[in-house]
Design a protein around this ligand. Structure first.
Ligand code: MCN
Length: 785
């Protein structure tokens, strides 16, 4: 059935013209008659008792329609739920009110809201609200918050709100038989996702019909509708969630936030449409952060480089409340990936999820997998250093051989397919590994610090299958959905349940559909992001959209073709079994000229004047695709650096990324995804870190202090692919939206440590800022920092 005219074509993204010419509509662009604006008052304390919230002056401010505090909305709105209830780890979830009632637990927590005629009046009035706080002790560091006797942040929930244990193989025996044991402490920095568009919500309530329409910056409108029906205590059928254009999410627009329920509630209360849009400073404290792990890890290895076992524990900072997917990120998406690409046979690992007085932490591009890759790939380099072996060789000696897939690793997950040698060899060849090592030897003699870093990664994505989601406590399904409707003229609409927001599926899914149905690419429209017209779906994250959505499109196309065969057989007066479909034509086997196009057949199906008995009119099909397994993309990234010992500055010389995401639908888009991903991962290694002081005040609360990457920081990326299709996916695809981020942090870290290894440096914590490196170099050289 499949033809491959468009699969693999470098087609430009169709959403771009409207985005770059300013024609797109974002949530903050939505204009409605009678629209009023909300401003949120946020806690300035990281931990305090709310003694009083005096709103009297704000109420009197010109243009103010209403002011609400936590007490005013507590009965109407249920707490914001956490939806990833990882089983078997004694998980306890603290209640999270939409507006704080008697205590605040992080700087930025919403305390009150003002609604006014315009956003400026709303903000002016918000400043008039006087909140009286009684400060309480503050815990920012998760390791300290996890200590016995530490002040408890929530009355009924311990700070360590879960302890997840992963055990596989015989770790004790592995450590006993090891020639080499290396212990290392790792700090995976807290990051701020920094989507270009901050969060926003616009809501309109029709008191006549009871219908609520919510425009919101979300990656998953159907999840939003589901969860908002719980918080708003409304029927899901009365809620329509629309994700208009969304200006980047990177995981931070998965969660359902307090404002997402608060604004619709205000619209319901006031009978006026209400809008709220976050500014950048709010975004830094009120939108979820990512990463923030403290890990102690030990590796056991043989002197020939064979990896035997990992043993250790991580304190994962969850922030003040358990955000929507937060418990699943450091456990399922992190712990289960600790075997990396390797045949390592034992693991004993505990993850403590810890509540602190900081902004909640949730998924950020890669979500758990960059953290796992960083640990594993740094450890492999440490083993190489200790055994004197080449880091590439240690990796090769431990790779899961390509003929052993599907392969169940020690953590229990089953990798679908892989050829790790192929991607590593290609990456080494592209960068000229041996030549660089020679150059490095010469440079070292001249006192120059050249380094080369490798990362061979594998990641879990394409989330579902749903039964596994259920087994690991995800309170939802993980299938993809597509409803395809062919109009009488043969033009095709594909309504999908996922909600791409910059990834490009409006293009790639049109490529897939056009190929499958044999219709022109320009005749296919992909529609997403509105719960009123798309089938139930679970959103865009976990690099899942192409696999689950693509599977659903493939299945729905198959259904249309099966129906088309029946109609064509009838029209051609042939047996259905004799009809073949190829490139948009239904023809009689062996007589290609006796045929009907899919457009002819659709017209007949729509008119329904002459249909075979038992065939219903119309050319529409819906499919829900629940994959049999996850997909496991992999690859090898290599970069070269030079560190200037006088300034501590790192020059990124070259960056090579060889990724394998199975069959590539659109190489241009995949390259763009890899570039963006690498940029975010490099930024973690070199620049970014969200820092709190001991009072829980963020010291990096604006772009002046939080170093987002600029174009000049980035090297030219050299990308390539190997192609190892997923054997269980009908299109052979795997995800790619996060691979760059997953690989690049460890790649750069390994390169910088390699550069500084002549000074005896085997590990440093990120970010590798000039100041940090310069300081370390001075210490090692015996100078005074
Ligand atoms: N693709 C392809 N061939 C493949 C695999 C993917 O052509 N074998 C294409 C896809 O069809 C799609 C793109 O590559 O156009 C990414 O697809 P996929 O890997 O399925 O990832 P998702 O669409 O599910 O996107 C999620 C992923 C995640 S988890 C984050 S975070 C992220 C990312 O994508 N956030 C992004 N990329 C982003 N890109 C933008 N512009 N904005 C974000 O917020």
């Amino acid at each position: 059935m499949a033809v491959s005219k468009l699969f693999g074509a470098r087609i430009k993204r169709r959403d771009d013209p409207q985005l770059i010419t300013g024609k797109a509509t974002y949530t903050d662009d939505v204009k409605l008659p009678g629209l009023v604006y909300a401003a949120v008052v946020r806690s300035t304390h990281a931990h305090a008792r709310l003694k009083s919230v005096d709103v009297s002056k704000a109420r009197k401010h010109p243009g103010v329609l209403a002011v609400y505090t936590g007490k005013d909305v507590a009965d109407a709105l249920a707490p914001v739920p956490c939806a990833w209830l990882v089983p078997g780890c004694d998980l306890k979830i603290p209640p999270r009110p939409v507006l704080a009632v008697d205590r605040v637990r992080y700087v930025g927590e919403a305390v009150a809201v003002v609604v006014a005629q315009n956003r400026y009046l709303a903000r002016d009035a918000a400043e008039l609200i006087q909140v009286s706080y009684e400060p309480l002790p503050v815990l920012v560091n998760q390791e300290q918050a996890a200590q016995p006797g530490a002040m408890q942040i929530h009355a009924d929930v311990p700070n360590v709100c879960f302890s997840w244990k992963l055990q596989g193989g015989d770790t004790e025996a592995a450590f006993k038989s090891a020639d080499v044991v290396i212990k290392q402490r790792f700090r995976n920095t807290r990051l701020i996702p920094n989507a270009m568009e901050a969060r926003a919500v616009t809501a309109q309530y029709n008191s006549g019909t009871g219908d609520m329409t919510i425009w919101v910056t979300t990656q998953n409108p159907h999840i939003h509708r589901f969860v908002l029906s719980i918080i708003l205590k409304m029927s899901e059928t009365k809620i329509r969630v629309i994700a208009p254009e969304v200006g980047g999410g990177f995981g931070s627009k998965i969660p359902v936030y307090p404002e997402d329920a608060l604004i619709p509630h205000l619209a319901r209360e006031l009978g006026r449409p209400v809008k709220w849009a976050e500014d950048r400073r709010e975004n830094y404290v009120a939108t979820t952060h990512g990463r923030d792990h403290i890990t102690d890890l030990e590796v056991a290895a043989k002197k020939d480089g064979t990896l035997l076992a990992f043993r250790g524990k991580t304190y994962a900072n969850l922030g003040a409340y358990a955000s929507l997917a937060a418990p699943g990120v450091p456990t399922i998406l992190h712990g289960l990936m600790l075997a990396g690409c390797y045949t390592i046979s034992a693991v004993d690992y505990t993850v403590h999820g810890v509540l602190t007085n900081t902004t909640p932490v949730d998924a950020y591009r890669g979500a758990g997998r960059p953290e796992a890759t960083y640990l594993v790939e740094r450890m492999v380099d440490l083993v190489a250093f200790k055994t004197g072996l080449d880091p590439a060789e240690v990796r090769r000696r431990n790779f899961i051989p390509k003929d052993k897939f599907p392969y169940t690793v020690v953590t229990g997950v089953s990798y679908d397919s892989g050829d790790y040698d192929a991607s590593l060899n290609k990456a080494l060849q592209m960068i000229g590994y041996d030549a660089f090592r020679k150059e490095q030897t010469v440079a070292r003699k001249q006192g120059r610090y050249l380094g080369i870093g490798l990362c061979t990664y594998v990641e879990i994505c394409g989330l579902g299958p749903s039964p596994v989601a259920g087994a690991v406590g995800f309170q939802g399904g993980l299938y993809g959905s597509a409803m395809i409707r062919i109009a009488p003229t043969g033009k095709v609409q594909v309504f999908i349940g996922e909600s791409p927001h910059g990834q490009g599926e409006k293009t790639t899914f049109a490529q897939v559909t056009a190929d499958q149905l044999g219709v022109p690419y320009d005749d296919v429209e992909i529609i997403a992001g509105d719960t009123a017209n798309t089938p139930m779906g679970w959103g865009t994250y976990g690099s899942r959209t192409t696999t689950v959505g693509g599977g659903a499109i493939f299945t729905a196309c198959g259904r249309l073709i099966e129906k088309g065969k029946k109609i064509a057989a009838h029209l051609l007066e042939a047996a259905e079994a004799d009809i073949v479909f190829n490139d948009g034509r239904f023809s009689i086997k062996g007589s290609p000229d006796r045929m009907r196009t899919i457009q002819d057949v659709t017209l007949q199906a729509t008119l329904a004047w002459n249909l075979p008995a038992g065939v219903e009119p119309g050319m529409e099909a819906i499919a829900f695709y629940d994959p049999p397994n996850f997909v496991y993309p992999f690859g090898a990234h290599v970069c070269t650096v030079e560190v200037d010992p006088n300034t501590g500055e790192t020059a990124l010389l070259r960056y090579v990324a060889v990724d394998d995401c199975g069959k590539v639908i659109n190489p241009l888009i995949v390259d763009g995804q890899v570039h963006g991903g690498i940029t975010q991962g490099l930024a973690q290694a070199l620049l970014e870190e969200a820092v709190y002081d001991e009072n829980g005040q963020m010291l990096t609360a604006s772009m002046l202090d939080y170093a987002v990457p600029k174009a000049f920081h980035m090297p030219r990326f050299e990308t390539a692919h190997t192609v190892t299709p997923s054997p269980h996916h009908p299109l052979g695809v795997k995800g790619v939206g996060e691979t760059g981020t997953i690989a690049s942090t460890a790649t750069v870290a390994n390169a910088i440590i390699d550069a500084l290894s002549p000074l005896g440096i085997t590990h440093l914590d990120m970010p590798f800022t000039p100041r940090r490196l310069w300081h370390e170099i001075q210490v090692r050289k015996g100078g005074r920092p």
